[in-house]
Design a protein around this ligand. Sequence first.
Ligand code: AMP
Length: 580
Amino acid sequence: MVTFATLASCFERLEATSSRNEMIALLARLLAGVPPDEIGIVCYFVLGEIGPGYSEVNLGIGERTAAAAIALAAGTDPASVEAAARELGDYGDVAVRLIAAPAGEPLSVADVHRTLSRIAGASGPGSADRKVGLLAGLIAAATPRERRYLSRLAAGEMRLGVGDMTILDALAEAFLGSKAQRPSLEHAYNISSDIGHVARTLREEGLPGVRAISVTLHKPIRPMLTQRVARISEILERIGSPVIAVEEKYDGERIQAHKDGDDVTLFSRRLTDVTGQYPDIVRHVRQHVTADTAILDGEAVAFDHETGTYRPFQTLMRRRRKYRVSEVAGEIPATYRVFDLLYVNGDSYLYRSYPDRRARLEEILGRDKHISPADRIVTGDTDGITEFYLACIERGLEGVVCKSCAEDSFYRAGAREWQWIKWKSDYVPDLSDTLDLVIVGASAGRGKRAGTYGSVLCAAYNHEDDLFQTVCGMGTGFSDVDLSDLPRRLAGARVDRQPARLMVNPQAAPDFWFAPRHVVEVLGLEITESPDHTCNWDPERRRGLALRFPRFVRWRDEKSPEQATTAAEVAAMFRRQREV
Ligand code: AMP
């Protein structure tokens, strides 16, 4: 048996050190002496919790109950406790200052845990008073040092500065000889999210037992995270597989769904149980996932089916509530976009490749308007990524997540590695930096664009040489009205041959020419060197600068062609981009 006093004095020492190594050593010494039935509890307490991080038991007490209990034990009113808490900033110190009662029998860790669990779990009529009474009894029976930590534990503000990885290091040091052994424990923790369970198993069965810990329904798996890069062109190389999947990136709430027959549990990214907040997602998973048991990873989004657009993240967050859940669910229905499959019908899928997981996901989940696999493409080149990315932005999405399709593209629970790379609109500096360009040519429209122009040739102004130099051909961003209006709008500038001050390469020559007159604002993705365009033409290297993925923003009728973005400005943007 370990006394709570032993724990409290270790906590005091942990608080006094700022060295992580010393923390690990202190914890390792403590844990080495704890019997199997208490070691899990000690781990929870060190983290300031009563049970595994995902368990609702951790939410069952809270500040208000703690304050009322301290008041009861101290024989004062809750207002005085609140006032002292404002002054001292901590319920632990308040309890020590206000409670004078002498301590009773020594408390064991197991006793404290039993009582705290009872308090957290109490519900029904009169439960608030019962919670306060039980907690006041516990705090009153403690020594001042124990009181400090009991009150902090109950109020949910332990703040020892110990993280889950520190405890895993300490467990490795205590039972496996060195913290270098942490990875063996980390995997079990990543798939069970229960540090107490890992500690207990290690203490009782050693490493073989820990290795046998497997994915379990209703225990959340720590989510795999994404990396980021500075340039879209780095993505393929970083991921390193010949082809990658580019998935839509949804800006909603990460949800891991565990389906166990009709019993569905939902966990948030922080692994809290959010089943109660998404009754609609529970229903969709039950109805549309054909496997008996499965664990899905995906994003809950608020999709407006009437307008076909995604509603902002803040709208969805209004679903995070305790009361009027179903009413608000009706107002803001959630759609579940599923991007991974971690377990199905008794088998863990964590060590299957992403293509295999995805294929199986598509077998057990069809397309419904409320739940479906994430939309994606598979590509091997940066232009493919860029095009899909731009189409996503157009649909109001945040960006894309690029994923390895290699044989070892396993689901790495809890890890942030180069297998998943996100690319969001806010990483693209030039996307917000528009250019004002002059229309100097156009290609004939075909198919849907018959009768108007297919794209327009745009140029920057080279101030030194008083020349217009081409930068891009632009065919996207126009509304239907803009498009059909193009011939009329440009008619007055139309000329029969290449205008005098225009420098253009033969391969970029358009079907129709325009005298430099009309200025348009253009949004681009990046500036690259190109043999096609003449902006800042380098005769030796036979290269100019080009704007990639240009999109029409609006007409700039108030600008003269000589007020357009200059070639020197384009060159400066190109240089800046390289410095990012
Ligand atoms: P961020 O929150 O910007 O770090 O981006 C990572 C988050 O994007 C993940 O935790 C998911 O919640 C979310 N996400 C949205 N769509 C996807 C997707 N297709 N694949 C993976 N994560 C996604």
